[in-house]
Design a protein around this ligand. Structure first.
Ligand code: PLP
Length: 461
């Protein structure tokens, strides 16, 4: 394909995308295909001779679309939103066009500098303390875009682990690192995302999963009691992952209480995972949910969930970037450059070396909607969720199972878990609306999330 044809096909693709999004409602939300469906429809080998573009696009509609779950559908209410908007799509297009790999400042200065600036913008808008911003005079903090919240949790745990081992090594210079590692203990609530457990597996550290209170909130006392018990056993608490807006029921750990309690445990890294809810903190009336952030060492949220930005765009801020990168720095000669000391090299902030120009789409979104536009978007989703909550409350057969603070409503039919399972699988089998279950306080509940950018009350009623 030459640029002449790309120009034409690009225009056609934009048209196809607009058509797709404008007529989404006419499609079923979920596909009705069996595993392996596509194998029967496509050849066993890649074509030896290049094919005509029209033929390829025909297959998109006839073979791919029948197997697509339409996450942007107005009646898709499963999981959390998958951020999407036209400015964001255009940002990814431009990033692909530029096609740079911004692993160091020198590898593409704008790629690094825009990321730092945009993360400062967003961090400030969310209400993070100045210590987390990179461009504040004397600040040691800063933000970075990762692929996913799971990666944010992993790299902060890696950093906390490196810090803890370094500290223990100073106290016990003749004890092997492997032995010191076996003493480390991380903590999270039962309601935390499974990525914390995965991070602990990868880091090869123990993880103690704690019981939250009746509102699914991890409390300071529960945490410190567990940490004290473990210390008596000779273990070393080193990392706590709290959640603001849990995946199951959008509950909030008692961050401030935990932060205060951790003052007695200096050196323990406090992470805040706010993958979904963090985006909502751009609204002044919701900033109270961030209370206690001043005690945290790191914070992550996913604009690719609830801030109209396409996957992947998971933002992480740390209070001390040296503590983060000291766990991740390797420095071969071919990656060194003349400004290594003066500039940020994001390759030291995560696992991969190569990185896309992801800040472009976030920059486009922040500029074209403005903070006020994004606030309105968040508020609209919260209104839809409250409306749905009202409707459920009016019907005596149902009960609400969470405190609806943001865009997620958990509800169930009054009756057994079995009954609710049957009810939900009936709904999902219709393919007209899609929701997923969760377990809240050991009960089977159905999650309803406001998801589509322009969903209206009619989509709820
Ligand atoms: C969605 C979610 C995650 C996982 O996000 P990925 O970006 O898919 O890794 C982690 N934590 C919470 C609280 C979430 O809601």
């Amino acid at each position: 394909m030459n640029s002449q044809e790309f120009r034409r096909r690009g225009n056609e693709m934009v048209e196809y995308i607009c058509q797709y999004l404008e007529t989404l409602e006419d499609r079923k939300v979920t596909p009705s295909v069996e595993p392996g469906y596509l194998r029967h429809l496509l050849p066993d080998e890649a074509p030896y001779h290049g094919e005509d573009w029209d033929r390829i696009m025909e297959d998109v509609e006839s073979k791919i679309m029948p197997g697509v779950t339409h996450w942007q559908h107005p009646r898709f209410h499963a999981y959390f939103p998958s951020g999407n908007s036209f400015p964001s799509i255009l940002g990814d297009m431009l990033s692909d066009g530029i096609g740079c790999i911004g692993f160091s400042w020198a590898a593409s200065p704008a790629c690094t500098e825009l990321e730092t600036i945009v993360l400062d913008w967003l961090g400030r808008a969310i209400g993070l303390p100045d210590d987390f911003l990179a461009l504040k005079a004397g600040s040691k903090g800063g933000g970075v875009i990762q692929t996913s919240a799971s990666e944010c949790v992993l790299v902060t745990m890696l950093a906390a682990r490196a810090q803890a081992i370094k500290h223990l090594k100073q106290q016990h210079p003749f004890v092997e690192e492997g032995h010191l590692l076996s003493k480390l203990m991380a903590y999270c609530s039962k309601e935390a995302h499974s990525c914390v457990e995965k991070a602990a597996m990868i880091c090869f550290v123990k993880l103690r999963i704690l019981e939250p209170d009746s509102k699914c909130s991890l409390r300071g006392n529960t945490l410190t009691k567990a940490m004290e018990e473990d210390e008596l056993q000779g273990l070393v608490p080193f990392f706590v992952s709290t959640t603001l807006g849990t995946t199951g029921s959008c509950s909030f750990d008692a961050l401030e209480e935990i932060g205060v309690a951790l003052q007695r445990f200096p050196g323990v890294w406090l992470h805040v995972d706010a993958a979904y809810a963090g985006n909502a903190f751009i609204c002044p009336e919701l900033k109270y949910l961030l209370k206690g952030i001043e005690y945290a060492d790191s914070f992550n949220t996913n604009p690719n969930k609830w801030l109209l930005t396409n996957f992947d765009c998971s933002t992480l801020w740390v209070r001390d970037r040296i503590r983060l990168t000291s766990a991740l720095v390797v420095d071969p000669l071919y990656l060194k450059h003349g400004y290594s000391d003066a500039a940020i090299d994001y390759r030291h902030w995560g696992v991969p070396l190569s990185r896309r120009f992801r800040s472009l789409k976030l920059w486009f979104v922040l500029r074209s909607y403005g903070i006020s536009g994004l606030q309105n978007y968040i508020r609209h989703h919260i209104e839809l969720a409250k409306r749905f909550e009202q409707l459920v409350n009016k019907d005596k057969r149902f009960e609400i199972c969470n405190e609806v603070k943001l865009g997620l409503v958990c509800f169930r039919l009054i009756g057994s878990d079995k009954l609710n399972e049957k009810f939900l699988s009936g709904i999902n089998a219709s393919a007209k609306i899609h929701m997923v279950p969760a377990s809240v306080n050991d009960q089977y509940v159905i999650r309803f999330c406001a998801v589509a950018q322009n969903a209206t009350e009619d989509d709820i009623g």
